[in-house]
Design a protein around this ligand. Structure first.
Ligand SMILES: [Zn+2]
Length: 313
């Protein structure tokens, strides 16, 4: 049996969000080196500010400036910073209660090592050189001595308020397809399609998941299917995908390969899109170096009778 495959995968997308009045003021303030909190109806000051009181649900709009100095309320050492974190060198994650605030803000503290960080430590904001109206306008916190820094006295009213941010979301992970799909992928490398048969109901699954979804028993019996198959159902795609060099309209179909009890997906080529039909007999078309069929095309056989594939629609 071949070694089980793994592959690094990255899931990444930009998330664009509007800010609303409170977050807009907070981030615009950071751009101008002013830290704003919001006052609750019972007189507490929340930093970072929120639009609604987490206790009473009152709407909060009374923005007040707090100092750029504060006190560490708790912390954790981060020995191996990851991509996108505030600092490249090891640092402490800290909750900092800024002077004038009643709640703490999560950020990074630039410190030489965990021995130099403690709860109760005095710290101050280190501003980013280039500020755009984002939490990263605070580059990090740094240790400081001495009393509370004076707030700037800013009114909290700014020109050109920041009204939205783009937050890049990214997830790096290692994908392991497991034994059954590893075998399936190894066969595809030889341009063969291999599924697995359930020992109980005898259905053949493509691609195999390692267990029968109906019977719940392990599938281990390899079965080669295809290469020809039957279009069981299809749709016409009219929207051009950003990263695909395929002319629209084209047809994407469910294809039941001969011998399989589960239809797979594939693009249909070699025939005008409006002539594709249920029951059309097709065969895979491989391109140089590809690990799966580029598309399927008619193989010239007469259309399959509906009764032969109706269970797979
Ligand atoms: Zn089964």
């Amino acid at each position: 049996m071949p070694e089980v495959l793994t592959a690094p995968l990255t899931l990444e997308f930009p998330f664009t969000r509007s800010l609303g009045p409170v977050q807009s003021a907070f981030l615009t303030g950071l751009r101008e080196r002013v830290v704003l909190g919001v006052r609750t109806t019972d007189g507490r000051t929340l930093v970072p500010p929120v639009e609604y009181d987490p206790v009473t649900a009152d709407e909060l709009r009374d923005l007040v400036e707090v100092a750029p100095t504060g006190t560490v309320t708790t912390w954790a050492w981060n020995p191996e910073p990851r991509r996108g974190q505030p600092l490249d060198n090891p640092f402490a994650w800290v909750l900092v209660r800024l002077d004038g605030a009643d709640t703490a803000l999560l950020h990074a503290l630039d410190a030489p090592g965990p021995d130099s960080v403690r709860t109760g430590q005095r710290v101050r904001v280190r501003w980013a050189e280039t500020r755009t109206g984002a939490i990263t306008d605070i580059a990090c916190f740094e240790p400081c001595e001495g009393p509370t820094a004076e707030p700037s006295g800013h009114s909290g009213e700014f020109e050109d308020a920041v009204t939205g941010i783009v937050a890049p979301a990214r997830l790096d992970y290692t994908y392991g397809p497991g034994r059954a799909q590893t075998d399936h992928l190894a066969a595809l490398a030889e341009r063969r399609t291999v599924g697995e048969r359930c020992p109980s109901c005898h259905k053949v699954y493509i691609p195999p998941r390692g267990a029968c979804p109906t019977c719940g028993v392990a599938t281990t019996d390899h079965v080669e299917v295809g290469p020809a198959g039957t279009v069981t159902t299809y749709c016409i795609v009219n929207i051009k995908a950003k990263n695909l060099d395929i002319e629209v309209p084209y047809v994407y179909a469910h294809i039941a390969l001969d011998g399989a009890d589960l239809a797979l997906h594939g693009r249909i080529g070699g025939i005008p899109y409006d002539q594709v039909r249920m029951g059309l007999r097709v065969e895979p078309v491989w391109t140089e170096g590809s690990r799966f069929p580029d598309h399927y095309r008619p193989n010239g056989e007469p259309d399959a009778d509906y009764d032969t594939y109706k269970e797979l629609v």
